[in-house]
Design a protein around this ligand. Structure first.
Ligand code: GDP
Ligand code: IMO
Ligand code: MG
Length: 408
């Protein structure tokens, strides 16, 4: 089976945790989009790992992980991540492959990314990892791909500074290079996970443009970035938090109001440890936005949802979620394309009673407090999509499966 795992919000939904959990039953994990702008956290007991480029299956000793064609790869970040894993006793030897179609991030792209974002009248608040510039070089048809490293003619076309930068990495990168399409055909009977980065609302086409990243983070990106056709993908899982967060600038209709909900924002940020894995920036926090989540379900053909961070709400009296927007006095129930509309959108909130007790990680779903079930089942009805996995803590073990995606 081939399963795609995507972020259904603005990133940081807990994709890394869920991919790591599901990877137990996979043989191959392919990251299909983004670059070192991502930060995927996995917690196993006292050990915490932050991955930026390497797919989340790497922590198992026997999985093959592949950086797909849709990724943009900074060799410095890649080899420092591999060193970090090796230093921590994770043997990565021969298990990290890279699509020969993936693009490389050069130091000057990183520099331009930082300078350009600062010079913008309205900065996007990029992670400064050269992501947008590398993807625009790709669109300009001036990018450098892994496959190019094997051809002297191609290397000779490069500026000497770029050639000098790449030289120490070339042989190691070439050794990791793979024709991803042929590899997956050859391993057609393997269970494969396609790991998304960022989230639907940061997708270049589907997201809150221009406050987006530059890759295809939605489910469609798994096909192109994973070098397979869309019909090769069996299921799409959408990961979302019980509330919403966003790092960087851009519209966020259900963001906690700074005057009246400061305390709630601080509470969620502390309980949910809402600080960026890549940049350390505090994440903006808000109510769960069901209009946006339903949009993510529709635009990604999500088969089932994975809800994370439900534990963060354990002690609250009352929980609210956004079920529509009021824009210029009109009720809007679909997700607008226009930033101006989203900036004006006021959230229409629905209230739910809190369950006010901890969610034990050994619970089965049927043993959940009734108010927690009500919140979950309202979301399922609203989005017309089942929630098959509920995560109630950051640890790998704090994962409650209602239905395994690996079963047909
Ligand atoms: P990703 O980018 O989607 O992989 O998510 P990040 O790793 O950037 O951010 C998710 C954060 O929430 C990490 O610190 C995780 O350890 C943590 N996390 C994941 N699932 C849960 C959960 O169910 N509850 C809590 N409290 N934390 C979680
Ligand atoms: P994961 O995979 C959250 C945001 C940045 C910025 C915008 C553009 O961990 O969920 P970029 O550097 O990509 O050009 O920045 O996108 N952003 C993310 N926010 N999680 C991510 O990845 C993100 N990757 C990029 O904060 O607003
Ligand atoms: Mg993250």
């Amino acid at each position: 089976m081939k399963i795609v795992v995507i972020g259904a919000q603005w990133g940081d939904e807990g994709k890394g945790k869920i991919v790591d959990y599901l990877a137990n039953e996979a043989q191959i994990i392919v990251r299909y989009s983004g670059g070192a702008n991502a930060g995927h956290t996995i917690v196993i007991g006292n050990e915490e790992y932050a991955l930026h480029l390497i797919p989340s299956g790497i922590l198992y000793p026997d999985k093959i992980v592949i950086l797909g064609a849709g990724m943009v790869i900074d060799p410095v970040a890649l080899f420092s991540e591999i060193k970090m894993l090796d230093d921590r006793g994770i043997d990565t030897g021969g298990r990290v492959l890279i699509s020969d179609r993936a693009h490389l991030v050069l130091p000057r792209y990183i520099q331009i990314d930082k300078e350009r974002d600062l010079a913008r009248k309205k900065p996007i608040g990029t992670t400064g990892r050269g992501i947008g510039i590398t993807y625009s070089m790709k669109s300009e048809r001036e990018g450098i791909r892994l496959a190019d490293l094997s051809w002297t003619e191609k290397l000779e076309e490069l500026e000497s500074a770029d050639r000098d930068f790449l030289a120490p990495y070339t042989e190691r990168l070439k050794a990791m290079s793979v024709d991803l399409s042929s590899y997956l055909v050859h391993h057609r009977n393997s269970q494969v996970l396609f790991e998304g980065a960022q989230g639907t609302l940061l997708d270049l086409d589907l997201g809150t443009y221009p406050y987006v990243s530059s890759g295809m983070s939605s489910a469609a990106g798994a096909a192109i970035g994973g070098c397979v056709g869309p019909r090769a993908l069996d299921k799409v899982l959408g990961v979302f938090k019980a509330y919403s967060t966003r790092v960087g600038n851009g519209p966020f209709p259900s963001e906690f109001d700074h005057d009246s909900e400061d305390e709630l924002c601080r509470f969620v940020r502390d309980m949910g440890r809402e600080y960026g894995v890549t940049t350390g920036r505090p994440r903006r926090c808000g109510y769960l936005d069901l209009v946006a989540l339903r949009y993510a379900c529709l635009t990604n053909s999500i088969d089932s949802l994975v809800m994370t961070h439900l534990d963060v709400y354990n002690s609250l009296e009352e929980i609210k979620a956004c079920v529509a927007y009021r824009i210029n006095g009109s009720m809007v129930e679909t997700f607008p394309a226009s930033i101006e509309a989203l900036n004006k959108a006021e959230p229409v909130l629905r209230s739910f009673p809190g369950w006010k007790k901890p969610l034990d990680t050994s619970l089965v779903y049927e043993e959940f407090p009734v108010h927690a079930m009500e919140y979950i089942e309202f979301i399922e009805r609203f989005c017309e999509t089942p929630i098959h996995i509920v995560s109630v803590g950051y640890d790998r073990k704090a994962t409650i499966i209602r239905k395994s995606p690996w079963t047909k």
